[in-house]
Ligand binder design. Sequence first.
Ligand code: UDP
Length: 333
Amino acid sequence: MSILVLGGAGYIGSHAVYQLIDQGYEVAVIDNLQTGHQGAIHPKAHFYKGDIRSREFMKTVFEKENVEAIMHFAANSLVGESMLEPLKYFDNNVHGTQIVLEMMKEYGVKHIVFSSTAAVYGEQEIMPIAEEAAELPTNTYGETKLVVEKMMAWCEKAFDLKYVSLRYFNVAGARSDGQIGEDHNPETHLIPVVLEAALGKRPAITVFGDDYDTSDGTCIRDYIHVEDLIAAHILALKYLQNYGQSNIFNLGSSQGFSVNEIIETAKEATGIDIPVQFGARRSGDPSTLIASSEKARQVLGWNPARTSIKQIISDAWNWHQHHPNGYEGEQYD
Ligand code: UDP
């Protein structure tokens, strides 16, 4: 039986595939390679290139694989883009997941671990944010993830489906052996963008707004190492397989860092005086997002091991230094 990883050629999905295979799981990957990379796919995974929105394609995979459970990372995930192209987000993230759930129903697959986001919370008064906080997304991306959470909850009432939705805060870092890492085109996430500026691939890092109501005026986020994040997914899978109820968990480090603090730490980690410039706020950005991850610790027994922000940035830097052009131009079997 295999774990089917949707979006297994992407940044977070590929780290999941590697960790699952490390732990002895059989893994099948679906990816349309729209944002994923052939070179990020583990050579031992059974790879199916195609789109989750195609029922015909999905059926061919479910006919071939004996799917035990699903990890679903296949989505568009850029806050800024989601404000400009909302329908692209509803189509891929919501409609795409609808097809996934249809397949689960048709083929009797009961368990799904879903990638959700802190963006479902929007602006909150109380930090850190617990799972009971009101869901008030300020961008389309967060809204689409919230719709999927609701869709799964309604499906659970109607048929035999159990889900864990994991609300990620800011994921960064790379596998410590440097084999896989973060490679988006265009890159928009803060840590890789800062590291691209360190490599001289862009002239400077632009700070999006320094007039927020925070200690230094720049946005505060909670950064979590991708390897810790994936460890929580595997615990969530085991939780469902041990008859755990459908549930929602935040995944973060419970520590907040401002954009300026990230840049300063990146300067230390790289030893490079990264050029900085200040720009306008980015549409849809909440000022502060910090997680309470108590529930994941208590219920899943999650114990993140790579919580130092310097280590997160250093692991990302290790990948960027050795793969300055990401996966591009590299030879893969
Ligand atoms: N950010 C920035 N410059 C950049 C990219 C991001 O100032 O080039 C800021 C962004 O406005 C946000 C924080 O860094 O406050 C984290 O953004 P990112 O896109 O990494 O993640 P998000 O919080 O949007 O999921």
